[in-house]
Design a protein around this ligand. Structure first.
Ligand code: PLP
Length: 418
């Protein structure tokens, strides 16, 4: 469900015509619908109603302060993977008591900042990290609340780049080694062992891999109990998929229902780390056609957004719907929607049937709210695009388009070259 729809052949975001926003802010830009975001949050959160839980939005999916604030207001916490994301979450007003910190490479300074902020949980991903967090906490005279991120060795059947729960992935602690690490963690004076965690991958379109992972964590929790280690938090990570094309991911209620069913006999607080499922379909990328051309064998539609703005198609070969902002009667063609970047991998849609767009037309690249702006870069010295949030009849610039000045900010030419 989302609030991008046509009225008299024109694409609207909630009550605002996309064309009107483009006229004001120029192209390209990311456009988010506040109503869609709120709705997605409420539905997801509601799927776990009746069971103690915390929904920690995965900041890496979309870290804009306004987006974080909107979710925090509804009660969301944050799943962070860096000191920078901690900063974002705190600036946006996320309750530190609802922040979990994941990631395989936490630096001492980042650990210190998170301890000072008073976050809920560190999800530790290696034996050496146990020692590092213990050391930093000791220096601050604090006890660090920790969970161990377990690699349950589950095949989530998703793209290899976004599969994280297999032994061959770099994430988490091998489940066979976990008991030993828990024993060690318990001995360390500045750690408070509170949880188990996992995150098996992203864009997962079945419930069964989650349930399987949960079963392995439950076995582990039982064994820990035998050792006298009481687990208070069970963090099942994120990863629930969305519809980009023909996928049929489970509804959050089905996902939530099957998880809660497995948890009935456990006295834990469940933590979830959804990213994509909350923001993915709440955002689009709006771009303008510059040129079209025929290569003899292919039809190209060249737009002003490229792989630096939306990396997913070139990185994962992922599909995004391509919609006209203003509908017209015209033929469909087999074409590739490509950007201005000097790379053959620079495409937003490849060899697909789409409207025969003409120069000057606006195109909406759908389902771009997650891992869109947050993965964008300045490659080819392109300023990062603006981000706009629509609420009912109003739109707000929640991030200005970058300027050339910002593009070279911090750079300097040494004396010897002057
Ligand atoms: C990326 C990530 C998430 C969010 O994944 P989605 O597929 O966007 O839900 C959650 N937890 C961790 C640890 C992650 O790395």
């Amino acid at each position: 469900m989302h609030h991008f729809h046509y009225q008299n052949g024109e694409l609207y975001c909630e009550g605002v015509p996309v064309k009107a926003i483009a006229a004001r802010v120029g192209t390209p830009f990311y456009l988010y619908s506040a109503a869609t975001l709120s709705h997605h949050y409420r539905v997801f959160d509601g799927a776990f109603a009746g069971f103690p839980h915390i929904v920690c939005f995965a900041v890496k999916a979309n870290g804009n302060l306004a987006i974080l604030r909107l979710l925090a207001r509804q009660g969301a916490g944050a799943d962070i993977v860096s000191g920078g994301e901690l900063h974002r979450a705190l600036q946006a007003g996320v309750d530190p008591g609802k922040i979990v910190y994941s990631g395989v490479g936490k630096r001492p300074q980042e650990i210190r900042d998170a301890l000072r902020a008073g976050i809920l949980l560190f999800n530790m991903e290696s034996s050496q990290e146990l020692e590092a967090i213990n050391r930093v906490a000791g220096r601050l005279g604090k006890k660090a609340p920790v969970a161990l991120r377990i690699n349950p060795d589950i095949d989530a059947q998703t793209h290899p780049y976004i599969s994280t729960g297999l032994k061959k992935n770099k994430f988490g602690i091998n489940i066979d080694q976990a008991l030993e690490d828990y024993r060690r963690a318990r001995e360390l004076p500045h750690l408070e062992v509170l949880g188990v965690a996992c995150h098996i991958g992203s864009q997962i379109t079945e419930v069964s891999p989650f349930v399987e992972a949960l079963e392995r964590l439950k076995e582990l929790i039982a064994r820990l109990q035998d050792l006298g280690i009481a687990i208070r938090y069970l963090d099942l990570g994120g990863g629930l998929g969305i519809r980009y094309d023909q996928e049929e991911p489970p509804h959050p209620h089905e996902y939530g229902g099957k998880i809660v069913e497995k948890l009935r006999d456990l006295k834990v607080t469940l933590i979830l780390e959804p990213g994509r499922v909350l923001v993915g379909n709440a955002g689009i990328l709006v771009t303008k056609v510059l040129y079209t051309k025929e290569s003899g064998v292919k039809h190209f539609i060249i737009v002003d957004a490229g792989m630096n703005d939306l990396a997913r198609p070139s990185l994962y070969g992922s599909y995004h719907g391509v919609w006209p902002v203003v509908k017209k009667a015209r033929p469909r063609v087999k074409a590739s929607l490509v950007g201005p970047i000097c790379e053959s991998g620079d495409f937003l849609a490849k060899d697909r049937q789409m409207p025969a767009f003409a120069p000057g037309e606006l195109v909406a690249v759908m389902s771009a709210g997650a891992y869109g702006f947050s993965m964008s870069s300045n490659y080819n010295a392109r300023p990062r695009v603006a981000e706009i949030l629509v609420q009912d009849q109003e739109f707000y610039v929640i991030r200005k388009r970058e300027t050339y000045r910002q593009l070279i900010w911090g750079e300097s030419i040494p004396e010897s070259l002057k």
